[in-house]
Design a binder for this molecule. Sequence first.
Ligand SMILES: O=C(O)CCC(=O)C(=O)O
Length: 276
Amino acid sequence: MKPLTSDQIQQYQRDGYLIIRHFLTQPAIDRLYQVAIDDQAISKHAINVNDSTGKRSKLSLWYQPGNDSYGLLTRSQRMVESVDKLLDGEAPVCHFHSKLMQKEPRVGGAWEWHQDYGYWYKNEFLLPDQMMSVMMAITDANRENGCLQVIKGSHKMGRVEHGLSGEQVGAAQRYVELALETMELEFVELKAGDALFFHSNLLHRSEANLSDKARWSLISCYNRQSNIGYKESSTSTSSITPITVVADDALLTQEAEGLAEEAADFLAKEADVALQ
Ligand SMILES: O=C(O)CCC(=O)C(=O)O
């Protein structure tokens, strides 16, 4: 396992994100893709989120990382140590939640400009520098199938006001426009197995998937134990429970399990997605 270099850490601090190419090997990608397709618990708990034009994305969100392939990835040493290097503070790294984002060909909808902390602030987490997300590409993500777009350096703006925008929560348009006047817009094209680490205040969005290729990704969100969500809406305490780390190859060497419905603690279908 290669630790992050000081250049990579500086890059994250300067830009608000860091791309690590080939984070996963091909056998690991194959396994995650297979689970994404086959897992009953994931499909049973998929929630539809419409964009402003009525196009629909699906996501399944859970709090507790278990012994399934996704849990083993989110708890792997390389992942947790990378997050540990990038987050501010010293307290142990915890898993807030993970979600499998399913943008189906021609159907998958857009996501409005937002900061993840625009949502999480409402859960009364106080320290955005102690929160981040990691997007793992399960399939290739490119301009055609609605890859993530980010505004480089926008995490330095601090939290921008957010409001409801259809079924989603979006950042105040005026601030997004101002940011785009002086900061660079980047389309984050990823190959399956690439990982994008990004700060909770980084402005990002994605467009609809108008292509004939699915765009699936796993987004895992991390927090430090010291950063309490005073109004965390879930019953789960995962965001302040230190992760039990596993070896990097556990994903391939351990018997693959499906997500355990009870243990994973899925976000209920009727829950308010706007709070996530
Ligand atoms: O998957 C996407 O395209 C965007 C998802 C996103 O921005 C989020 O869940 O915060």
